[in-house]
Ligand binder design. Structure first.
Ligand code: SF4
Length: 172
């Protein structure tokens, strides 16, 4: 045990320090926090739905939650159930296999509900379009309130898209 402790002491901490927060993210996040307070009162819950994505959009979405962007500090949380969600964030062209599941998720989300189609595939079908396996754009399956184009959109573009939609929502 002492040899292990000695080795830990000798090696020290190898974990890299976190970079300083990007000021664009901080500024945008603070504006988002104010808009969320105006529209929802305190925080906003997002249910993410992968309707057939290549996973590129999900990686950018996950980045919003990492320790660099850390969007929870702005009052934005990802939740596991549409029943807890204020906003559905949908990626991918809607595969035929996911069509009913996406519709069911939309129906299970309480009113008033917001929907954002994220990424070129969700906006207009992107590379995949409409085929025997793909319904194309999210708007062809459920009502969409806002779109965030890009392949994939960056975390900053995601925050901008969310902020733009919140700006169009009435206050409580
Ligand atoms: S928009 Fe691009 S990254 Fe997103 S699901 Fe489509 S191909 Fe993948």
């Amino acid at each position: 045990m002492f040899s292990v402790l000695g080795r830990i002491f000798k090696t020290g901490c190898l974990t890299e320090k976190l970079p300083l927060h990007d000021q664009d993210v901080v500024q945008l996040g603070e504006v988002c926090r104010k808009e969320i307070a105006r529209v929802f009162g305190s925080s906003m819950a997002i249910r993410m739905v992968d309707a057939g994505s290549c996973n590129g959009c999900e990686l950018e979405m996950h980045a919003l939650n990492n320790s660099f962007h850390d969007i929870e500090r702005f009052g934005i949380h990802f939740v596991a159930s549409p029943r807890h969600a204020d906003l559905l964030l949908v990626t991918g062209p809607v595969s035929r296999h996911m069509q009913a599941a996406l519709k069911g998720t939309y129906d299970a989300t309480p009113e008033p509900k917001l929907v954002i189609a994220m990424g070129d595939c969700a906006v207009d079908g992107g590379e995949f379009g409409i085929s025997y396996a793909s319904c194309g754009a999210v708007a062809g399956v459920i009502p969409v309130d806002a779109v965030i184009p890009g392949c994939p959109p960056t975390p900053l573009q995601l925050l901008q898209g969310i902020l733009e939609l919140l700006g169009r929502c009435p206050g409580r």
